[in-house]
Design a protein around this ligand. Structure first.
Ligand SMILES: Nc1ncnc2c1ncn2[C@@H]1O[C@H](COP(=O)(O)OP(=O)(O)OP(=O)(O)O)[C@@H](O)[C@H]1O
Ligand SMILES: [Mg+2]
Length: 266
């Protein structure tokens, strides 16, 4: 599996052209061209999901990459709202107006389409590993209805991690990670294809915390400073780390629950 962009900060590019909206995306992502001539799927800081969704995209996307999954390159995109001048759609005008400054971009995979495990078997190991990752990160956005995986050059690419780490919408001063979190794997698109989650756990669990320290440094301070629950970006990073440390520490329990769900299904 590829290990690209490791140990390198996220690149920052400047948007030069707003090309078109992705109508299927709940957060109204847009396709933009940037000054490096790359095309990016832009997730706007001013979207209804808020900046925490962008933090979740970086933390989970970059963690996934370091655990061996394919994830489109993530870049920071500097946006001048004036780019929207030619845009006739008012909703998009408003979104760009609310999104001056740093946004998040994903390398656009041209010619990719939604991955459907009924059409192409992802393989028992990849399926189990992804089920494990989504449970670790509490990602509920990998259902049949909304698989958030793209097939590109015959490989599975992961997208859309903005709804994971949902606890950060509820945290406040004095927050502590819980011993258990609700996660319903029954709806996961890869549950029927998954092999042993115990094996996935054995392979991936030791990699999480070392990778996470690096991943948390990739999140811009500016995104974290916007969090009213904490005084400083370092405190927010410590809180994310505490979540993962507890989640890893408690993994035996949720891995067992995953295996039970898998056994009930097959
Ligand atoms: N890197 C990419 N390359 C090509 N197409 C992409 C890429 N990222 C996203 N897309 C397309 O854009 C759509 C919306 O992206 P994404 O799921 O990340 O946005 P979202 O607003 O969180 O959507 P939703 O909440 O509806 O799942 C995807 O379903 C996919 O078709
Ligand atoms: Mg999506």
């Amino acid at each position: 599996m590829p290990r690209v962009h490791q140990n390198i900060p996220l690149r920052t590019v400047t948007a030069t052209r707003y090309v078109t909206p992705f109508r299927e995306g709940g957060s109204l992502p847009g396709l933009v061209e940037a000054d490096d001539l790359g095309m990016y799927v832009l997730k706007f800081r001013g979207a209804g999901q808020g900046i925490k969704a962008l933090v979740a995209e970086i933390v989970v996307g970059e963690l996934a990459r370091r655990l061996g999954f394919r994830v489109p390159e993530i870049v920071l995109v500097d946006l001048d709202p004036a780019l929207a001048k030619a845009e006739p759609d008012e909703e998009i005008q408003d979104l760009l107006d609310a999104s001056g400054g740093l946004n998040l971009g994903f390398d656009y995979l041209p010619g990719s389409f939604d991955f459907n495990p009924r059409v192409r078997d992802p393989g028992a190991e990849l399926a189990a590993r992804l089920l494990w990752l989504d449970t670790l990160t509490l990602n509920v956005d990998r259902s049949w209805r909304n698989p958030n995986m793209l097939l590109w050059h015959r490989e599975v690419w992961l997208i859309d991690h903005g709804a994971s780490l949902y606890f950060h919408h509820r945290w406040g001063p004095g927050w502590q990670p819980a011993d258990e979190y609700r996660y319903d794997a029954a709806d996961h698109v890869l549950l029927p294809a998954a092999g042993s989650v115990v094996e996935a756990d054995r392979a991936l669990r030791p990699l999480v915390l070392p990778a996470l320290d690096e991943v948390l440094t990739l999140v811009p301070d500016e995104f974290l400073a916007a969090d009213p629950a904490f005084d400083a970006p370092a405190d927010v990073r410590a809180a994310y780390r505490a979540f993962f440390a507890r989640r890893v520490e408690r993994a035996d329990a949720w891995v067992r629950a995953l295996e039970d769900t898998r056994a009930a299904r097959v």
